[in-house]
Design a protein around this ligand. Structure first.
Ligand code: NAP
Length: 245
């Protein structure tokens, strides 16, 4: 597959899976738009990308900043909504509703708003690929006890994605969901070292064991499993880094 001449916007491109996605898309010839809050990390990613990379710093939890991203990005052919936060963690009775709302703003509203921002251009050109990062927790919501906000946001993203895919059927713009597996990133480190202290002992044990057993996927492997699906015309599907048992 070649993405020569295509523009790909990756959110959360400063590290982890987002960085690996940006580098992988660049290897296929796409010109990148890299979005996150930390400019230094985005600049590091830009230096790794084989093609051109436009760096845009923005907090995707802020609608005005999301609108500015869509405007500054220009024409976008491939949109990967990858950025997300895993917090707040803990028993739901103790969670600050404002922190919950902030997680929804980044993980759900930001995804939807950026999609709305780039969608008119994709529809006008008759081609587009939108992929929204989700999580295996959507299959087993009771798994992440103490991660109610994260679970809720990922299920919301999946509902949004499937409904939008159906709406856009036949337009040339596809919308798919990607579950990246358990990947060795700073999000995993946070869950293991901080978040899981506020989760059930079984949940904490899963994350700790996966790390100790060396069972975490590399960001490059996970990104590659997404990118290899982009050429197809699938829409409304859930793609997996590792097929669920
Ligand atoms: N790692 C896993 O095991 C795993 C498992 C299942 C699903 N996922 C999903 O995979 C995706 C990538 O995860 P990851 O592990 O690579 O995460 P990560 O290492 O924590 O990286 C997250 C990226 O998102 C950006 N980001 C966070 N909040 C943002 C905000 N308000 N505005 C703009 N950018 C923001 C971060 O940059 P700044 O902080 O600089 O803004 C960073 O570049 C997420 O959707 C995650 O839910 C990951």
């Amino acid at each position: 597959m070649t993405l020569e001449g295509r523009a790909a916007l990756v959110t959360g491109a400063g590290r982890g899976i987002g960085r690996a996605l940006a580098v992988g898309l660049g290897e296929l010839g796409a010109n990148l738009v890299l979005v996150a809050r930390s400019k230094d990390e985005l600049d590091e990613t830009a230096a790794l990308v084989a093609t051109s990379a436009k760096v845009i710093t923005a907090d995707l939890g802020d609608l005005a900043q999301v609108a500015a991203v869509a405007e500054q990005a220009g024409a976008v052919d491939v949109l990967i909504n990858n950025a997300a936060v895993p917090w707040p963690a803990g028993p739901t009775a103790n969670v600050d509703p404002a922190a919950y709302a902030a997680a929804i703003a980044v993980n759900v509203t930001g995804v939807v708003a950026l999609t709305i921002g780039v969608l008119p251009g994709m529809l006008a050109r008759g081609w587009g690929r939108i992929v929204n990062l989700s999580s295996g927790v959507t299959q087993v919501p009771k798994f992440m006890i103490g991660g109610n906000a994260y679970t809720t946001t990922k299920i919301a993203v999946e509902g949004h994605s499937r409904n939008l895919a159906a709406e856009l059927d036949g337009t040339g713009v596809t919308v798919n969901i990607y579950q990246p597996g358990t990947v060795d990133t700073s999000m995993q480190t946070w869950v293991r070292e901080e978040g899981s202290d506020h989760m059930s002992s079984a949940t904490k044990a899963y994350f700790t064991d996966a790390h100790e057993r060396g069972a975490l996927l590399t960001p490059e492997f996970s990104a590659g499993r997404l990118i290899e699906r982009l050429a197809g015309d699938d829409t409304g599907q859930t793609w997996f880094a590792v097929d669920p048992k």
